[in-house]
Design a protein around this ligand. Sequence first.
Ligand SMILES: Nc1ncnc2c1ncn2[C@@H]1O[C@H](COP(=O)(O)OP(=O)(O)OP(=O)(O)O)[C@@H](O)[C@H]1O
Ligand SMILES: [Mg+2]
Length: 328
Amino acid sequence: MRSQRVWEVADIALAIRTENLTKIYDVGWGRQNMGIHNLSLEVEEGQVFGLAGPNGSGKTTTLKLLLGLIFPTSGTAEVLGESISSTSYKARVGYLPEGPYFYEHLNAPELLRMYGTLFGLGGPPLEKRIQELLELVDMWDRREYRVANYSRGMRQRVGVAQALINDPDLLFFDEPTSGLDPIGAKDIREVILELRDRGKTVFLCSHLLKEMEPICDNIVILARGELITRGSIEELLKSDEAQYRVEVREIDDATLATLTERAQKLMWLDDTCRALFDDRAQAFEAATMLEDAGARLLTVGPDRRTLEEVFIEAVGEESTDATDLQSG
Ligand SMILES: Nc1ncnc2c1ncn2[C@@H]1O[C@H](COP(=O)(O)OP(=O)(O)OP(=O)(O)O)[C@@H](O)[C@H]1O
Ligand SMILES: [Mg+2]
């Protein structure tokens, strides 16, 4: 079921809108922590929206404000057409917290039955829903395991199922793939895309940029509680400097000198040399030249930045330490 359309901004329905949302935490002794500052954002209905940013940039704070778990210092926000101070929209949202905690002695159906009951569900419809959800997250065959014996991946899978028990229109996922192996992470990404196909809106907080890139329609990047940049993935990744890129490794000095003469711009990323060209033919000629010279050609094609590059450009390398930015 799609959520009711509440606002129409240029024919686009919004699931979330915040205006100058600010949260300052009082930490005692007259000291304060900035959670988020004057955050204004919009999330279109039916999209996967990504909130990215380094550790401590305010992602979880934003999410908790939108869920009504904490209260803003100033500013406003509406979720599914209602102010965050209202309670009724909460029946239509689902939430997977960072590192979810579940009763250790329960198995997956018992756990989902408990959450379903909280939403007033029961009987055969609830049992049917539990089976559907456990199949969706690939836990039906392992339904007899107790939470105490779960791997981290199983915990996240059941966490996703729990967030979906009330068939919400809007899902909040906080770092859903953190600590998962590549297969577990891929499965969660597939579930997110499946949810979008079913018309749900997904609000995803993560600092795993490589994971956000293929699944998010729109992204906002936060740093130190402030919005640094926003846009669709296409807009953010489009390079405005040059149109074609050639990437190469194991290049000798003479070939590098020729490449430097021909390219509009040259940069190094570890041991990979990236040359940018305005013109497609020039890029392909350079690629042929490099191959003939015995260098290891990695890519040649339209220039597309990675989200990681956009992120570093926006946030600034000096403000993120190595642990802040993981590429997944
Ligand atoms: N309960 C709290 N009391 C005081 N300060 C807090 C509290 N929760 C968060 N903060 C502060 O607010 C800022 C934003 O934290 P938040 O947890 O929202 O960031 P985050 O982007 O989710 O980080 P991470 O990637 O580590 O999960 C940080 O400076 C943090 O220390
Ligand atoms: Mg967080």
